[in-house]
Design a protein around this ligand. Structure first.
Ligand SMILES: Cc1ncc(COP(=O)(O)O)c(C=O)c1O
Length: 363
């Protein structure tokens, strides 16, 4: 170890993303299907694509550091002030800004087992302790989280819907939870998949932000429902005070020009959003039917992916699928060694996935 390295950084196990499709295609020499990173199978929003094409000519100019056009559109969309938004290089960057802005060595971050792996990662980069509370029936256990809180607890992450389970915490649960979290503890509801939610009892936390609740931030992204994952753009919604505080710890030009322009255009692409939602909703029903026929247990999902239990070590099945040009995500890193997570793709790709899954499970 380098003598001046921080021991808690040295101990970090790097995040392993889904296998890039280009890499698999190169290795196999065949066209592959990737259902591994919860991307949008319809590609980028067409309105975003058009906006980017014309904006590309200005790539020699620095972007607007304040993201003012996008913030104005978001403010208008949600009925909030422009100063209540913080835009980042993916919502991942906002997670990092929270760590940079709030965490000190020895602080505690709490979330759940089997949730987004970036939460423990950023806690570790700051030398903060990380507590992963066990799930209850594959759902966040908010009471369990409250029970773990101590006076070192600074930040709580709740992915709602959760990745990789697709489960969610309900409006009435959140109400009780928020009323018990002290003002000095920041609660981050990561709503990366909110556009896919169909459940009627899903919480609308914008009302809490409108009420200027000081210790709450919501995260959203353009990576999923708007198909802009490759551009890296997401945002946080919070009180004016909290958003403006986070502005202090970001880089001056943290969000690139094309991403800002594409995101602003995508927000106005209701047609694309509706098509995406329909595809995901229909695709989930298809997968549920197939898994049921195959006798596989799955978790009903409010997101654009489904977690399914193969009742055997999933790594072998993952490798067998990979050989057949099908990339999905084994879940051992999330503490679920028998599960895989499959992103809802186009119907033809889901049909192929089920066919090759049946083959792999036989072999
Ligand atoms: C729960 C959750 N939060 C945040 C993100 C990051 O999204 P972004 O692409 O905006 O950084 C993801 C991406 O997979 C996610 O699953």
């Amino acid at each position: 170890m380098t003598p001046f390295a921080k021991d808690y950084v040295e101990n970090i196990v790097p995040y392993v993303p889904g296998k890039p499709i280009e890499e698999v295609e190169r290795e196999l020499g065949v066209r592959a299907v990737k259902l591994a990173s919860n991307e949008n199978p319809l590609g980028p929003s067409p309105k975003a694509l058009r906006a980017m094409r014309s904006a590309a000519k200005q790539a020699h100019l620095y972007p607007d550091g304040r993201c003012s056009v996008l913030k104005a559109k978001l403010a208008n969309r949600f009925g909030l002030g422009e100063d209540q938004f913080i835009v980042g290089n993916g919502s991942n960057e906002i997670i990092e800004l929270l760590a940079r802005g709030f965490l000190r060595e020895g602080d505690r971050v709490i979330s759940s087992e089997s949730s987004f792996l970036v939460y423990p990662l950023i806690a570790q980069t700051c030398g903060a302790a990380y507590t992963a509370v066990p799930m209850k029936d594959f759902r966040f256990d908010l009471r369990g989280i409250l029970a773990q809180m101590d006076d070192r607890t600074r930040l709580i992450f709740i992915a709602n819907p959760n990745n990789p389970t697709g489960s969610y915490v309900k409006a009435n649960e959140v109400e009780g939870f928020l009323s018990q979290v002290p003002q000095e503890v920041l609660v981050c509801f990561d709503e990366a998949y909110i556009d896919f939610v169909e459940a009627g009892d899903f919480p609308n936390l914008l009302n809490y932000v409108r009420g200027e609740r000081k210790n709450l931030i919501l995260l959203r992204t353009f990576s999923k429902s708007y198909g802009l994952a490759g551009l890296r753009i997401g945002y946080g919604i919070a009180s004016k005070q909290l958003s403006q505080y986070l502005e202090k710890v970001r880089q001056p030009f943290n969000v690139n020009r094309l991403a800002q322009i594409a995101a602003a255009a995508a927000l106005g692409d209701g047609r694309f959003l509706r098509r995406t939602k329909r595809l995901v909703s229909d695709g989930k029903l298809y997968l549920y039917r197939q898994f049921t026929k195959m006798g596989l247990e799955f978790i009903s999902s409010e997101a654009n992916f489904v977690l399914v239990d193969l009742e055997r070590p999933a790594e072998k099945v993952f490798q067998a699928l990979l050989k057949r040009g099908m990339i999905i995500r084994p879940m051992a890193a999330y503490g679920l060694p028998n599960h895989i997570r499959v992103t809802v793709g186009k119907h033809g790709d889901l049909v192929k996935f089920i066919r090759v899954l049946k083959e792999a499970l036989k072999g």
